[in-house]
Unconditional design. Structure first.
Length: 137
């Protein structure tokens, strides 16, 4: 009968070193995707210069990352902050539009009352509209 079967010959040091390597690889990919996102977010660069940056990112990634961060690093933070502000403004506008003052039950009843006062609808129609608005709330 043979001895116990060994599935892998790997030490704790090998596992820890693999974790460190994977960590730095993920960080490097994160930096590259951040640079690519910044390239396409930038209005200052032409299409050709964006293409050249991407080509250099593929061919010599380490050098290109360092050169990009040195030459355009400050602008990256500004462009990211501007994009965040625009997204926040769009979100606030959407919330105002969706939950704004003109979309509630009181606004519907007010509009129906104005129609009643102008003579566009009858008192029975006003009561029906008011009842429907109150039933929805």
């Amino acid at each position: 009968m043979a001895g116990p079967m060994v599935l892998a010959d790997i030490s704790l040091g090998d596992v820890l070193w693999s974790i460190v390597v994977v960590f730095f690889f993920v960080i490097f990919l994160w930096i590259i995707f951040g640079i690519i996102g910044d390239l396409f977010r930038s209005d200052e660069l032409s299409g050709w210069s964006k293409a050249l940056w991407c080509i250099f990112l593929v061919l010599v990634p380490f050098v290109t990352v360092f050169v990009y961060l040195v030459t355009r690093g400050r602008g990256m933070a500004e462009r990211s902050a501007d994009a965040q502000q625009r997204a926040e403004q769009q979100f606030r506008a959407y919330v105002r539009e969706t939950a704004g003052a003109g979309n509630g039950t009181a606004a519907e009843i007010k509009t129906a009352k104005e129609l009643l006062d102008s003579g566009a609808i009858s008192p029975q129609e006003y009561e029906e509209l008011k009842h429907k608005a109150l039933a929805r709330s």
